[in-house]
Design a protein around this ligand. Structure first.
Ligand code: LLP
Length: 424
């Protein structure tokens, strides 16, 4: 596990707090997030990209505390719904540093964004151009989302740079040109730049270099067609992290130099002034700062088959294994294992055989019911993707920092679930 230590009893600690104590105090499953680790990753981005705007992609993990930590560290914030916007605003985030995204922002969401005074809206459809154009009585800074047709070979569900998908306007066949022209026809839309997002878990910096080339060519085209110099280029997020196997993270220093070189070349080739770069990392800020704590409920050895360690959470708090074939490791958290390690599958509590959290991982053979397990790397897209499958309440988020723990979001209770029901 990452950023974990062991205390004198052999228990795993994060942020100076034993995970077993969190399990006792807050119950299981619980999401744990290491505040200083999140802050440190924000600072690292700012150091490696001193001239860029770093906008944390709130979809990775959004709570008021997260929004305030990243803003205190000088990051802007990318939101993609009225809910994320409301959380950001209630955390006191400066609306001018909020970027509003979404391929199907409703008129109500667009109005909420305008009322809040968000800094940028990323235009993703013709409908939006019309709705915004008629709702506005002042100038609103906007970017147009363009698809540069770069295949980053990620999982199908998160690949967004190729032309044939629902986001943005493809550069191909003049589709981006046409959308940009429509934006420029609306007097209240102030087009300041272009946006693209290539996908998620991208390990190769060259994809971002290729995006810079295509996007600068498109910006030069806008200058050619309309005499307008766009000053912002938002390259989206998608920076890969390691989940602890042989999965290499994207090297951010290399990303910085690849983007630099591509900007130098492309801007010289098109005689175009360098735009300001925006990056929107989500996963790379929070994934590795998070760990989920479970309690073992049963251990089952299948004759001639696997050993299943069944825990009190599962696909309702981590659907990423089923959905993206994601891999996680696991560790015994409440005591130091003394015996051999054996291959096990950590299975969830839900009514599907595919409800697995860690497949063919090694775990102490002595594991038994009541033990506490830690699955690291669960800071991004876990709480956000969590569900109430099997009418299970969603886990709390517990922040740890300098030896103390505090609840950012409480556990959803059966009463919460019942409260949503109308009376018979
Ligand atoms: N910007 C935009 C416009 C995005 O759509 C996304 C992610 C990001 C930034 C941040 O991407 P990141 O740096 O976190 O990769 N649920 C999936 C990931 C979906 C990503 C969606 N968009 C998962 O659990 O892997």
């Amino acid at each position: 596990p990452i950023n974990t230590h062991h205390d004198e009893h052999g228990r795993i600690t994060v942020g100076g707090v034993a995970l077993a104590d969190i399990a006792d105090q807050y119950g299981t499953p619980s999401y744990v997030i290491d505040e200083l680790d999140v802050r440190h990753r924000c600072r690292t981005y700012r150091e490696i990209f001193p001239e860029a705007e770093i906008a944390y992609a709130g979809k990775a993990l959004m709570t008021r505390a997260l929004a305030s930590w990243v803003s205190q560290e000088g990051l802007a914030l990318d939101v993609c719904s009225a809910g994320e916007l409301a959380i950001a605003l209630s955390a006191g985030v400066d609306a001018r540093r909020i970027i509003m995204h979404g391929n199907a922002k409703t008129p109500a969401e667009l109005t909420a964004a305008l009322d809040a005074g968000v800094g940028r809206i990323v235009i993703d459809s013709y409908t939006e151009i019309v709705v915004l154009g008629s709702a506005l009585d002042h100038k609103q800074d906007v970017l147009v989302r363009v698809t540069p047709d770069i295949d980053v070979h990620g999982h199908r569900a998160v690949r967004t740079g190729v032309a044939d998908q629902k986001f943005g306007f493809p550069i191909e066949h003049g589709q981006a040109d046409a959308a940009i022209k429509r934006v420029l026809d609306q007097p209240h839309l102030n087009l300041i730049g272009l946006h693209c997002h290539l996908g998620s878990q991208i390990t190769d910096a060259e994809h971002f270099g290729a995006a810079v080339h295509r996007m600068i060519a498109q910006m030069a085209q806008v200058y050619h067609d309309h005499g307008l110099i766009l000053t912002e280029l938002d390259l989206g997020g998608g920076h890969a992290v390691s989940y602890g196997f042989d999965d290499a993270p994207l090297d951010l220093t290399q990303l910085a130099s690849t983007i630099e070189d591509a900007l130098d070349e492309a801007c010289a080739r098109h005689r175009f002034p360098r735009p300001r770069i925006t990056l929107e990392p989500g996963r790379a800020i929070v994934a590795r700062s998070g760990v989920t704590v479970y309690r073992v409920v049963s251990v089952k050895h299948i004759e001639g088959g696997r050993t299943f360690v069944c825990v009190d959470g599962g696909m309702s708090d981590n659907p990423r294994v089923c959905r993206y074939a994601a891999r996680y490791s696991v560790a015994l958290a409440n005591r130091h294992p003394v015996g051999a390690q054996i291959p096990v599958t950590v299975a969830g509590r839900h009514c599907e055989s595919g409800d697995e959290l860690a497949v063919d991982v090694s775990l102490a053979a002595e594991v038994r019911p009541g033990d506490v397990l830690a699955i690291p790397g669960t800071g991004a897209y876990h709480h956000g993707l969590a569900s109430n499958y099997n009418s299970v309440g969603r886990p709390p988020i517990i922040a740890v920092c300098n030896g103390s723990a505090r609840e950012l979001i409480r556990r959803e209770t059966i009463d919460d679930l019942l409260r949503r029901e109308s009376s018979l």
